[in-house]
Write a protein that binds this ligand. Structure first.
Ligand code: FUC
Length: 821
């Protein structure tokens, strides 16, 4: 038996090609296929105490996955894989980011605008339910919206199944270990069976556009399996040459049924043994080592993605190109590409080597729920978020959806689309601060693509200039309202998306980018400009009709409604957007008249108000709240991710935000927990933020959709809404970043919300607005030193340990601050 301790180096070197042809071949794997399925493996895990693992970059298991929420996710932005790691039956869920049913549709109601004046009049008269009835009748999409076949759904590409000979009824498996290493984005699996050590190693390569899986053993002739491909529906699998499999199909477009075509191919490269294909099953027998290459594509030719009409040809090319390369060179290119992103930031917290951190991840999560002594779980979730963004969002591709790119169904929850009232934005919250600014490009190309359909929607419903996106969108350019007014008619989508454009400029100071972003922001601003009306009491300008996303209120007469004028969040969004356009037009020296118009109107926008009980008001009026603990915290947008509320500049509003948060409570669905943690961080309350993050790291219970709470993580650290939803996998890292560093273009705050539990630590490579990069170390909760590098040469102030220092350093220069001075 091989030793239990397998350092990464040992695993790597033991995976090199070896030729053990001198070793006597055993006959135990020559049993027939029918026997293979009978055998049940008894799996003994690797000894946890003797397995060392880097606690902030390793997610590992001592048993195969039963559910995909225990699998090891990998991806290159476009191609995704979830490896289950079964010893008798391996299942790898394969994904491709454009595998969408549905098709482009015009779901706008062309005459809706005729009703707009009546709706606005009713709102001005305080007749919200009457206004809502008209919104419901006119300001929804035609057809079934997100429930319709033409809207479509993000779907699984295929499953790759490998059935292994079990070694008969004995079949004892020991030292099982499956590890996703965030340092090199490789999943490695090892186990011993009947004196043989078996290994699998898998990654998804961006440079080579293939998934790569190597199966090997420490003795020759040990690799035998049957491989097949399937998916729940609409597929055909065949052999692909004499060493491959092919799965093809066409999804339902919701009209004539002939939607997007997809292709996946598997190619086997074997060393020793034999390979044969019978119908849709590929059989490998007695090989020393096997590399599987998996290529995939679709004929989606929308706003992003691969842009080919011929996925059959493109995938064949992928395999031809990569089949000539060695496994080592494929791996080397993959690791170099991945580390280009991942190595930009590092984050460690002490104590580093607590025993709990050495346990398999599911046990570690369980232990940490009761014992706060494992702070590096925060570092792990932070790094996992960076890993997931690198793996699900690459320039040229589609943005990370509700599940990133990982889905096992054809009926993915909430269609696996892009929700625009918090979810897709949260996916990109960590991108700038965690130094992955370039990975926002897919989001930006989605935003750009919404202008054209969004202009039609703006015209048909509102007779407004510019463009609008409501609450949901898909790769087919859906910008109409959703199918129910209570949530679907909110116009928050386009304004919130535009914040990401301007924030990208604030972080990067890239004027060329601002030039192209400005016309998009301008179009969005024009839309809201046309939707503003003057409310009678204060003569403020308010957006009408509007929603506070997904929430509703109770009127004085006891009736409930969701449609209002000027809910706080819409006003905050519009204030931000107008401000961004005003600033941009100044910087770019364009559009003076439009700028002056926005300046004048911005002054008149309804402000964020404080209620009689000291909270931030969610609506223009102090309505009763049927759900005071509603999961959305939209009215606090101005605190985070917006910038109009802060303890320094608006202490009264900051105090009111704190009260609002207290009443909302510390529970919630996954993304809501992440949002609240970020809000508490902005208030400088590190302990509170950490307490909520700890809840978000507790083991999740179940996959059934919930709205009232749930949260937590599944064993593979995928976040639970529930069900699995990736937004909080990004929202929690963003909240962690806010605890370490906050910034405005000319202000940097170091360690503004450090919790007591993160006493000693270091972080390097974080980005700050104004074009800065920051490295810091701290001890006993106090800054020891910080190095700030400037990419733009702008003056700034830096606050730490109760001090504020004004600095100006040249573009390209760095300054080091001694925390004790
Ligand atoms: C919004 C949220 C839900 C869920 C869904 C995907 O509608 O209110 O909680 O996250 O998006």
């Amino acid at each position: 038996m091989r030793g239990h301790i397998r350092s990464r180096r040992a695993v790597d070197s033991s995976c090199d090609w070896t030729n053990d042809s001198g070793v006597t071949m055993t006959t135990k794997f020559t049993i027939s296929f029918s026997l293979w399925v009978l055998a049940v493996a008894v799996i003994t895990p690797a000894n946890a105490d003797t397995n060392s693992t880097a606690p902030e970059t390793t997610i590992w298991f001592d048993a195969p996955a039963k559910e995909f929420t225990e699998s090891s996710p990998m991806g290159n932005g476009r191609l995704g894989a979830m490896m289950f790691g079964g010893v008798d039956d391996e299942r790898i869920v394969l994904n491709e980011s454009s595998v969408w049913s549905g098709s482009r549709q015009d779901a706008d109601r062309p005459d809706a605008y005729k009703v707009l004046p009546t709706i606005q009049k009713l709102l001005l008269e305080g007749k919200n339910p009457e206004a809502e009835a008209l919104v419901n009748a006119n300001f929804t999409c035609t057809g079934s919206g997100s429930g319709g076949k033409q809207y479509g759904c993000y779907q699984v590409l295929a499953n790759l199944h490998l059935s292994f000979p079990s070694g008969g009824i004995k079949g004892t498996v020991t030292n099982y270990r499956r590890e996703l290493n965030l340092n090199d984005a490789i999943t490695r699996l090892n186990y011993d069976r009947d004196g043989v050590e078996f290994r699998r190693e898998m990654f998804v390569s961006k440079p080579d556009e293939v998934m790569v899986l190597r199966l090997s053993a420490d003795k020759s002739n040990q690799i035998s399996f049957d491989a097949r491909l399937d998916r729940p529906e609409r597929f055909r699998t065949t052999g692909d040459g004499d060493k491959g499999l092919l799965i093809t199909g066409q999804l339902d477009n919701g009209t004539d049924g002939n939607g997007l075509r997809y292709v996946a191919r598997v190619r086997v490269l074997n060393r020793g043994g034999s390979v044969s294909v019978h119908q849709d099953i590929l059989t490998v027998s007695d090989a020393d080592e096997v590399v599987l290459l998996i290529a995939a594509g679709t004929d989606y030719q929308g706003f992003a993605g691969r842009q080919t009409k011929d996925p059959l040809g493109a995938t064949l090319e992928d395999l031809k190109r990569t089949a000539t390369k060695s496994f080592e060179s494929l791996r080397e290119a993959h690791v170099a590409d991945y580390q280009r992103y991942f190595n930009r930031v590092s984050f460690h917290l002490d104590p580093f080597d607590v025993p709990a951190a050495q346990r398999p991840t599911p046990q570690r999560l369980k232990a940490a729920a009761n014992d706060p002594g494992d702070p590096n779980l925060a570092a792990l979730q932070f790094n996992f978020g960076r890993y997931l963004l690198i793996s699900s969002s690459r320039p040229g591709g589609l943005p990370a959806n509700l599940q990133g790119i990982w889905a096992q169904e054809t009926n993915t929850p909430w269609t696996g689309d892009w929700h625009l009232d918090v979810n897709v934005q949260m996916n990109y919250w960590p991108a700038e601060v965690a130094n992955l600014s370039d990975l926002t490009e897919p989001l930006f190309s989605l935003i750009a693509s919404l202008q054209e359909p969004g202009a039609k929607t703006a015209h048909d419903y509102y007779h407004a200039r510019g463009w609008v996106a409501h609450v949901i969108t898909n790769p087919w350019g859906f910008t109409s309202p959703g199918e129910s007014a209570s949530w679907g008619s909110a116009t928050c989508g386009s304004a919130w998306l535009c914040q990401h454009l301007y924030d990208h400029y604030l972080f990067t100071r890239d004027k060329d980018f601002l030039k192209s972003a400005y016309s998009i922001m301008k179009g969005a601003a024009q839309f809201y400009d046309d939707l503003l009306i003057e409310e009678p009491r204060h003569h403020w300008l308010v957006v009408a009709p509007a929603n506070s996303p997904e929430n509703h209120f109770e009127m004085a007469d006891g009736r409930q409604a969701a449609i209002a004028m000027g809910p706080t969040m819409m006003q905050q969004l519009v204030r931000y957007l107008f401000g961004a356009c005003i600033e941009s037009s100044r910087i770019l020296g364009v559009d003076k008249d439009f700028r002056n118009e926005l300046i004048a109107k911005r002054e008149r926008l309804a402000p964020t108000q404080i209620s009689s009980d000291g909270r931030v008001m969610e609506w223009l009026e102090q309505f009763k709240e049927p759900e005071p603990q509603h999961r959305h915290v939209s009215h606090l947008w101005g605190l985070y991710p917006g910038d109009e509320i802060s303890t320094a500049t608006t202490p009264d509003l900051a105090q009111a935000a704190r009260k609002s948060l207290e009443v909302r409570g510390d529970d919630g669905v996954g993304w809501s927990l992440a949002y609240k943690a970020a809000l508490w961080a902005r208030l400088g309350e590190g302990n509170h933020a950490w307490a909520i993050i700890r809840k978000s790291l507790a083991p999740a219970d179940g996959m059934a959709i919930r709205y009232d709470g749930g949260g937590g993580v599944y064993p593979n650290m995928f976040d639970a809404c529930p069900p699995f939803q990736i937004d909080a996998n990004f929202g929690v890292p963003a909240a962690i970043a806010e605890m370490l560093l906050q910034s405005q273009p000319d202000k940097i705050q170091l360690l503004p919300a450090l919790p007591d539990a993160w006493k000693n630590g270091k972080v390097a490579g974080l980005r700050a607005r104004g074009g800065f990069q920051v490295d810091m170390t701290w001890q006993n909760g106090k800054l020891i030193s910080a190095t700030i590098h400037s990419y733009a040469g702008e003056p700034f102030s830096v606050s730490y340990s109760g001090k504020t220092v004004d600095l100006k350093i040249k573009k390209g220069a760095s300054v080091t601050i001694n925390g004790s001075e």
